[in-house]
Write a protein that binds this ligand. Structure first.
Ligand SMILES: C[S@@+](CC[C@H](N)C(=O)[O-])C[C@H]1O[C@@H](n2cnc3c(N)ncnc32)[C@H](O)[C@@H]1O
Length: 289
């Protein structure tokens, strides 16, 4: 197996192409019974991510287009009047749910880099008749929002897709008001991949980036990146440990390259996690770059 260092722009293009196709085929849910192609929400079959009470608040199309691995709106303690932004808003379900929670005096932005996802999210918003939201095109590594302009950062299974996580978390810090909160669901690695019989970089090369696996950081690295960006009160909770059934065909290439027992062991190190943190009340935004 060969491994090669990939440029952030190439990774982003792969991710954009993948989620563009997902948006165009929305309705044939990624998380339906025939899933297993490595999308981030593949594990949603085992554990419902949203309650029935939440799902009636959004159009069915937004729920079936959901590709997340958790429910960040349930972590965020959103309050009426809050301004929130969802990083990598996809089909818009979390934005719509958050909009209900912040109410008419609040506002929710969704940021996504994929045109087809933005189109889908805007159609879902129109169906829902929700007006206190806006979907903006942009990269989560360079958010199209001013400094200190939001109370809450939400994100559902997207930061693992960023080839520049340090920039992403610094941007999240920059746009948060002092005292603002971050509530993220994401795939991460519990422990590390250093003790496998194959080099970590080779393992990652064999795995799917767009399927939320190859780009995942370890939980320790996540905590370090958040700390370096300036966050405090960092809490990370493992919600679900992935199985081979969860990761499905997204592991086909790894399965061909690695012994079956190594692949099974590898899968169990990936965890769907809940991550919360806070920007301190006082303090300048961390430098971007
Ligand atoms: C796994 S889907 C999750 C979508 C949504 N959060 C949900 O829970 O359904 C990932 C989304 O993030 C977007 N995305 C991935 N990387 C991004 C980046 N670097 N900047 C902006 N959007 C990104 C993709 O276009 C896609 O819509």
């Amino acid at each position: 197996m060969t491994s090669q260092k990939r440029e952030p722009a190439d990774i982003r293009e792969e991710v954009r192409a993948y989620y563009g196709a997902r948006a165009r085929s929305a309705g044939s849910s990624c998380c339906g019974p025939s899933n297993g192609d490595g999308c981030c929400g593949a594990q949603a079959e085992q554990i419902p991510l949203y309650s029935a009470e939440e799902l009636v608040l959004a159009p069915e199309e937004a729920a079936t287009a959901s590709l997340g691995c958790g429910n960040p709106t349930a972590l965020a303690s959103l309050r009426p009047g809050d301004v929130a932004v969802d990083l990598g808003s996809g089909g818009g379900l979390d934005v719509l749910l958050a909009a209900r929670q912040v109410g008419p005096t609040g506002f929710v932005y969704g940021v996504d880099m994929t045109d087809d996802m933005l189109d889908l999210a805007r159609r879902n918003a129109a169906k829902a008749g929700v007006t206190n939201i806006e979907f903006r095109k942009g990269h989560i590594e360079e958010l199209p929002l001013p400094d200190a302009s939001v109370d809450v950062i939400l994100s559902n299974c997207v930061i693992n897709l960023s080839p520049e996580k340090e920039r992403t978390l610094r941007e999240a810090f920059r746009v948060l008001r002092p005292g603002g909160r971050l509530a993220v669901s994401d795939i991460a690695i519990d422990g590390d991949l250093s003790d496998l019989p194959v080099a970590e970089e080779q393992v990652r090369t064999a795995l799917s980036w767009a399927g939320c696996i190859a780009g995942a950081s370890s939980l320790d690295e996540y905590r370090r990146l958040l700390t370096d960006a300036g966050f405090e009160d960092i809490r990370i909770t493992i919600r679900h440990r992935l199985t081979l059934a969860d990761v499905g065909q997204g592991w086909e290439s790894a399965g061909k390259e690695l012994p079956a027992d190594v692949v099974a062991e590898l899968a169990s190190r990936f965890v769907s996690s809940e991550i919360t943190a806070r920007r301190p009340e006082a303090g300048a935004p961390a430098a971007t770059g």
